[in-house]
Write a protein that binds this ligand. Structure first.
Ligand code: PLP
Length: 503
């Protein structure tokens, strides 16, 4: 029994609510459960090869080896793996992921890391340098995002990444609302296109998330956001730009509504924080997103994306020290002593902060401006090229994260074809589309042309072979059918299990 086929055929024709209810009521019947399980396992088996390519090639360790391996052997193995894995991103075949990637830059950051590898900001007495680096990372980021142009104090902390920055901010808003407004059933208003980290925050911290729709231009609908405000609203969110389609929400209007209602407004500039300020200086038409807007009360900006630091740092900024305090943790009666930490972690990698600081001061304003210019010029070339392919359409009006869809065929089949040519693009849904997030890797000579040539070939292939089933197209197809949502969640959990399985 092919459960996927049956459900696809019958349930997906029903209205969403009914289909989901029917599926939910039958999915626990033993024989249905078994069939579903079988289907999922078959799918996982197909994916397994791509998650575990070293299965038969490298020694695996399910327990600590009795006698340690030699440094030389380990280093050789690591170098081999690195060579294999960097081939893809180095040549610019990957969307996002590695944002700078030049040898000299990486070698420099690695040296800084090595010098500071023992540093732990938790012990600020032993490594006062960590406090210097982190306070300056925050100050430089704040300055870049309009801190000097408001009379309020802008402050923040260094976190481990965009997700942590967002989680910290949402926790701060929740705790502030509980203390200052006695809100016990907090709600946050978030465009559907905002990063999944906001949903994560909602689940972790028990905040009700109200998703608001976006218009045809992929930007959050201001009217819907305004209508969603209740007495329990603690914060409203806008992306600058959003991850899926790279378009900027109407931050000015949204933050003004939030300000008038006395609620927080978070600009998620994880992706754009280190591009848009420079783009503005370069003369591009950039709508305001930062602390120059009086309603904006927090901003997340990822140093480990276009700040060109190594992975593992981000900045969360607040308007006013009082709001930042709600993110802190302190405990006075722990037998382990007086304990405090600014973020979720206890011990932290000071080396990553020092490398982040080094990335910022070595790039300098000029370095960031040059990088931004290259990226935006490359993106413009890619946009133009996609516009010339009649079967494709670009979603919204993006700057450097370009999402495209098709009315003529299944766009995931194009993604699969691009995959076969070595490209690792992002598959998105609701609506079905694929994006490329342009980085400095794509700004090198010939990469944009190669992308457009491969894209044209892929489109031609899919047009000629509409029934070709690739690897990811069926998975995305399944994810798109409404009754399968629950199933797809299960599939992703199995996927995570698989990652942690030792072969
Ligand atoms: C990348 C990104 C995040 C989250 O960043 P991580 O560093 O992956 O945790 C949040 N928002 C946007 C818009 C992003 O692009």
């Amino acid at each position: 029994m092919d459960i996927q086929l049956i459900l696809d055929k019958y349930l997906s024709r029903l209205p969403q609510g009914i289909a989901t209810r029917i599926f939910n009521s039958v999915k626990d019947i033993p024989f249905v459960k078994k069939a579903v399980e079988k289907e999922l396992n078959a799918m996982m088996a197909e994916l397994e090869g791509s998650i575990k390519p070293y299965k038969d090639k490298l020694d695996s360790f399910a327990r600590i080896p009795e006698k340690g391996l030699t440094h030389k052997g380990i280093l050789t193995m690591m170098e081999d793996i690195k060579k294999q894995e960097m081939a893809k991103w180095e040549e610019g075949y990957v969307s996002g992921a590695v944002y700078h990637g030049d040898d000299k830059h990486i070698d420099f950051l690695n040296k800084i890391y090595a010098i500071n590898s023992q540093s732990n900001p938790l012990h600020s007495d032993v490594w006062p340098s960590a406090a210097k680096f982190e306070s300056e990372i925050v100050a430089m980021t704040a300055d870049m995002l309009g801190a000097g142009r408001t009379k309020d104090e802008i402050c923040g902390v260094v976190s481990s990444g965009g997700t942590e920055s967002i989680l910290l901010a949402m926790k701060a808003y929740r705790d502030r609302a509980r203390k200052e407004k006695k809100i016990t059933k907090p709600e946050m208003i978030v465009p559907v296109t905002a990063h999944a980290a906001f949903d994560k925050a909602a689940r972790y911290f028990n905040i009700k998330i109200i998703h608001i729709p976006v218009g045809d231009d992929c930007r959050a609908m201001v009217f819907a956001a305004k209508k969603a405000i209740t007495k329990n609203t603690i914060v409203m969110v806008g992306s600058s730009p959003c991850f899926p389609h790279g378009v900027i929400d109407p931050i000015e209007e949204l933050s003004e509504i939030a300000r008038k209602k006395g609620i927080g407004f978070h600009t998620d500039a994880c992706l754009g924080g280190f591009i848009l300020p420079w783009a503005e200086k370069l003369g591009y038409d950039v709508p305001p997103l930062d602390f120059r807007l009086p309603g904006v009360t927090s901003i997340s900006a990822d140093t480990h994306k276009y700040g060109y630091a190594a992975k593992g740092t981000s900045v969360i900024l607040y308007r006013g020290a009082a709001l930042r305090r709600y993110q802190y943790f302190t405990i006075t009666d722990w037998p382990g002593g007086l304990y405090f930490s600014p973020t979720f972690a206890g011990s932290r990698p000071g080396a990553l902060s020092s490398a982040c600081w080094a990335a910022m001061v070595s790039m300098g304003e000029k370095g960031y401006m040059d990088a931004t210019k290259k990226i935006l010029q490359t993106a413009a070339k890619i946009k133009k090229g996609i516009q010339k392919i009649p079967e494709l359409k670009i979603l919204g009006n993006p700057m450097w994260v370009i999402a495209f869809a098709s009315d003529s065929f299944n766009i995931y089949q194009v993604m699969d074809q691009m995959g076969q040519k070595g490209w690792s693009l992002n598959g998105l849904h609701k609506p079905a589309c694929v994006h490329i997030c342009v980085t400095l890797r794509h700004a090198r000579p010939g990469v944009a042309q190669r992308f457009l040539k491969d894209l044209q070939t892929s489109v031609d292939f899919v047009k000629a072979n509409p029934d070709e089933k690739g690897q990811m197209a069926p998975v995305y197809g399944m994810a798109a059918t409404i009754p399968f949502r629950g199933l797809v969640g299960e599939m992703m959990e199995k996927y995570i299990d698989l990652i942690y399985k030792v072969e």
